[in-house]
Design a binder for this molecule. Sequence first.
Ligand code: COA
Length: 359
Amino acid sequence: MEKFYLEVPGPERKEEAFEYLGEFEKYGSGLNGAGGLNRFKEDYEGWLQMTEERALIEPNEETAPAREFFLIRENDNRIIGMINIRIALNERFRKHGGHIGYSIRPTERRKGYNKINLYLGLKICNQYGIRTALLDADLDNPASWKTMEALGGIRIREFYDDEKAHCDVVVYNIDVEKALSEYAVYEEAIADFRIETERLFLRRMKPEDYDALYAVLADPEIMRHYPYTFDEERVRSWIERNRERYRKFGFGLWALCLKDNGEMIGDCGLTLQNIEGEMLPEIGYHIRADRQHKGYAKEAAAAVRDWAFRNTSYPALYSYCKYTNVASYKTAEAIGMVFDREYADEANGITHVSVIRRR
Ligand SMILES: CC(C)(COP(=O)(O)OP(=O)(O)OC[C@H]1O[C@@H](n2cnc3c(N)ncnc32)[C@H](O)[C@@H]1OP(=O)(O)O)[C@@H](O)C(=O)NCCC(=O)NCCS
């Protein structure tokens, strides 16, 4: 079965990106939803730089922060589409453009791929706390607005746009969480999650991981720096919560397993955590006691760091722990994080935060 994922554009896709664009020209297709790549024909690196900068800007009258992704078909590692997510809107984009723009290469259209593209894009919206996505399309572009309707989009407005599009435009709202839950059937088209390192692999947790995870999280020594040690119920709900995170955000804590024999010896992954009042992407890890001090946490966390910079658009990744948890923040520093801040809070007394920024 064909499987897809979103990828932050990187230098290695240069030729393919222009080949993608070339297809639009060959078939005389409009260049909407191609992230402005057409304006950088001779300068892919310039486009990459522009996309990096655009992700970080503060919204102002003229512009708003946005991030492009390639829709990659895993089976042949090919760019099939693009999607552009505006992380915040200004007046201008509220009126025209909304949160999302997308495209599918002409030779791959009418195969249902844009529905998968939008489904994945809604997970990105969720990562940024966008509850209701605003989208618009020209009325004479049914492929675009039918995609919105296929993911539960409600038409809220129709108007003649005499400023930009010079045609009838239809405007939609999509309830992001509702769409991700009601159209979870698209999960079948999402690439199976797996990261490999030299000695480890990470995969999604499943209910059968209960015993292996209990051996980690119910160990009072390992959980010494946490407000509580886990009991059976907490371990089971930990697994469920992470499975829910995969669906809602496309990431969570994953099962950390040895390549040699497949044994799960801990967890490691990315979650959104409330760090001093702000929901920020956090790399977390727990390793079973008898497998500690072998560099596994560092190896897994480095792989999660690389995955997060490639598959999400966060400008920085964090790790946080109780200030006494030296092993935890030393692991963070071992993957290139640096001290960010410490602050007083109820759970930890003092919380220690480390950070690494996208380069
Ligand atoms: C809009 C676009 C992304 C759709 O891609 P796609 O992969 O062909 O879309 P899908 O196959 O997933 O189909 C999505 C829906 O649109 C319908 N559709 C697709 N092409 C259509 C067409 N030419 N006419 C009418 N309906 C069409 C599909 O039947 C489906 O609706 P359904 O679920 O009710 O059957 C693609 O046409 C494109 O790249 N266009 C150029 C860029 C663009 O206009 N982007 C939108 C503005 S940012």
